[in-house]
Design a protein around this ligand. Structure first.
Ligand SMILES: [Zn+2]
Length: 189
């Protein structure tokens, strides 16, 4: 099969136009993954009847709330409602692990220490680095967007296709490298 990309949310931090926050689903038949997971992502998945358990990996471009703060809700749902058993991998910039744990504690005290019925692995990817997550190959690029940690554009190779994704940023020459030869460039800003 080809790759199907669904824009579950493409709004901003302010709810402009009544749109849900950033959450893009990429379905390639296996290793379904999200590009960013804003605060309203759980609502978006319910709205479009997406099964969270089918998502193996969440890639995060940068650590602003409208791009990553859906993760505590995702994990809570996985534990209590969706009854997830499959491992979940979260990949994001340096600092993501502590920021996610902090967000979990702020939103649902005790949740960061709960023993989950599934494995959660949070992998930190330095800007300019790359990693292999199951069948996916991810490369990150530094961009210009202050978020308390390095903000990145992402390039994911999946099922023989290349998806480039900018996250938020002003113009940066690294975007040319991130997008070069890609099958699609998603410019989210
Ligand atoms: Zn941002």
């Amino acid at each position: 099969m080809g790759i199907k990309i669904t824009f579950l949310g493409s709004g901003d931090a302010f709810g402009s136009g009544g749109r849900l926050q950033t959450c893009i689903l990429v379905d390639q038949g296996e290793d379904k993954f999200l590009l960013d997971c804003g605060a309203s992502s759980q609502i978006a998945m319910r709205k479009y009847q997406i099964k969270p358990n089918e998502i193996s990996t969440i890639f995060i471009s940068h650590l602003h709330g409208d791009h990553f703060s859906g993760i505590p809700f995702f994990i809570l749902d996985a534990q209590m409602i969706s009854k997830r058993t499959a491992p979940l991998t979260i990949v994001g910039p340096i600092g993501i692990k502590q920021r996610v744990l902090n967000a979990m504690e702020v939103l649902f005290p005790g949740s960061s220490k709960t023993e989950q019925k599934f494995t959660v692995t949070i992998r930190e990817l330095k800007a300019g680095g790359s990693d292999d997550i199951n069948s996916l190959h991810i490369t990150s690029y530094p961009v210009s967007h202050p978020s308390g940690s390095p903000s990145t554009a992402l390039r994911v190779e999946a099922a023989g296709k290349v998806i480039a994704y900018t996250g938020d940023t002003e113009w940066q020459d690294s975007l040319i490298t991130a997008a070069r030869g890609a099958d699609i460039l998603i410019s989210e800003c």
